[in-house]
Design a protein around this ligand. Structure first.
Ligand code: NDP
Length: 480
């Protein structure tokens, strides 16, 4: 046995991860169900480092040094379960099975329990950064036991992206914690992308700017506090010209956004935890609306009433309005991150994980899709304790929103008056104003609940639970 790490599943992600491991001095055992993929990896990249190819899972396990450590990169769901079981059958107590796929965290909790019962370690590890990240440095979010982290930590540190001199990996917490955090990462990614898309729409349909002009704006925005991977690639996408038609490529792409489910999981989980993640939810719903082909086509035929969907902005005020959109994007982004971190905090409480939110923000600074300069500020805010209750109360972010909010309101109001949809901008602003409210209309809701269901209510002037005999006017309230 010579390999210190193994990879099972050598499609795009697995083969790139195996190469990344080999590039950093690891001896990498590799195995794939169909041997052709293994052969392809060895033929095309075998000279990049030390690989130990195997044709069977038993051979693969035998080529690993103890404690044997194997990373699974196969299709999520049943294939992952199948491979986990094959590995567990061939391995021995103390060995470590790592699932690097996009698994649902509840599955990871279940699998960890099952594998632990067999004396092995199971690590659910979120991997972000796509194929490029897997090859050149991903952001890694491993869960599992402290003991497995001792073996796995140095290996993962050797391949992770580097941000500000630090590898983008940290031990997130026990069992499903890593996949939970990866799930929320993806949810935040949905919100980030939706906010960028709304900004583009306001400039494109609203102000009549073409894709290249808007690409220039995003290029400028990338030099501000919005500096991030997603803003950078947005500028590039908008500058791309279609070879076939000579038009901007974005103008010939069908306006229907796909999704693979992690955004939906983030929202479903947030609903179960009763954490409002309005920015993420609106982003998932907006993709849903984009896919409602039949209803959208019918709406065109029916000419549903509403303004023309152009913004009435005088040319002299155009530059100022674009600046307003930038502020609206930044403020909404802060809200989306605050909500995402709220969900991680609530998840940690519910599932008994001890998650260091500052460390999470730090490992998202490089390698992953949401990498952004402002994560430095986010990590500082959690580190100092200023964001203990919410990111929105850390002075840096409180001030940022204070400066942005007039712009944010102008954008949402103007968009609404001109019939332009801004679900993520508008819902983030409503969330912010809801949070600010001294008194919410929830009092009325509680009154309604007591009326129809005798659910009782609390009073502002004395402790206890009260019920009113609503249908009989004049009857006194009673204490439940
Ligand atoms: P795919 O999700 O397309 O999966 C293909 C791999 O799964 C092949 O190696 C295939 O083997 C193997 N496989 C499928 N079914 C079985 C089975 N029943 N038993 C054994 N092996 C099986 O590959 P990707 O590389 O795109 O992704 C791998 C994992 O990484 C997935 O869980 C994905 O969600 C996750 N991921 C992907 C990212 C991305 O950007 N693509 C980013 C982060 C995570 P064979 O060749 O024999 O068919």
């Amino acid at each position: 046995a010579t390999a210190n790490i193994g990879v099972v599943g050598l499609a795009a992600m697995g083969s790139n991860l195996a190469r990344n491991l080999a590039h950093h001095g690891n001896t990498v055992a590799v195995y794939n169900r169909h041997y052709e993929r293994t052969e392809k990896l060895i033929n095309e990249h075998g000279n990049e480092g030390k690989f130990v190819p195997s044709k069977t899972i038993e051979e693969f396990v035998a080529s690993l040094k103890r404690p044997r450590t194997a990373i699974i990169m196969v299709k999520a769901g049943a294939p992952t379960d199948a491979v986990i079981n094959e590995l567990a059958d061939a391995m021995e107590p103390g060995d470590i099975i790592v699932d690097g796929g996009n698994s649902y965290f509840e599955d990871t909790i279940r699998r960890e329990k099952e594998i632990r019962a067999r004396g092995l370690h199971f690590v659910g590890c979120g991997v972000s950064g796509g194929e490029e990240g897997a090859l050149n440095g991903p952001s890694l979010m491993p869960g599992g036991t402290e003991e497995s982290w001792k073996t796995l930590g140095p290996i993962l540190k050797s391949i992770a992206a580097i941000a500000e001199g630090e590898p983008c990996v940290t031990h997130i917490g026990e069992n499903g914690a890593g996949h939970f955090v990866k799930m929320v990462h993806n949810g935040i990614e949905y919100a980030d992308m939706q906010l960028i898309a709304e900004s583009y729409d306001l400039m494109h349909r609203g102000l009549g700017m073409d894709a290249a002009e808007i690409g220039d704006v995003f290029e400028e925005w990338n030099k501000t506090e919005l500096n991030s991977y997603l803003i950078e690639i947005t500028a590039e996408v908008l500058h791309q010209v279609d070879a076939k038609t000579g038009k901007a490529l974005v103008d010939v792409i069908v306006d229907r956004a796909g999704m693979k489910g992690t955004g939906t999981w983030t929202v479903q989980t947030a609903l179960s935890l009763a954490i409002p993640v309005t920015g993420i939810a609106e982003a998932v719903f907006a993709r849903g609306l984009s896919g409602m082909t039949e209803q959208r086509a019918e709406a065109q035929k029916q000419h549903l009433a509403g303004p023309e969907q152009k913004l009435d902005v005088a040319s002299a005020e155009r530059a100022a309005f674009i600046e307003d959109i930038r502020h609206a994007l930044y403020a909404s982004k802060i809200v989306a991150y605050a909500q995402g971190f709220d969900e991680i905090q609530a998840g940690a409480k519910e599932y008994g994980w001890n998650i260091d939110l500052a460390a999470v923000a730090r490992i998202w600074r490089g390698g992953c899709i949401i990498r952004a300069q402002f994560l430095n500020r986010v990590s500082e805010a959690f580190e100092s304790g200023e964001a203990d209750i919410s990111l929105l109360f850390a002075p840096y972010f409180k001030d940022a929103i204070a400066k942005a909010q007039d712009s944010w309101r102008r954008v949402v109001a103007k968009a609404a008056l001109n019939g332009m949809p801004t679900p993520a901008f508008a819902s983030s602003l409503s969330y912010y104003d809801g949070l600010r409210s001294d008194r919410l209309p929830a009092a009325l809701i509680q009154g309604q609940r007591d009326y129809f269901g005798a659910h009782t209510y609390g009073r502002i002037d004395q402790p206890g639970a009260f019920h009113t005999l609503w249908a009989e006017p004049g009857r006194p309230e009673i204490t439940a």
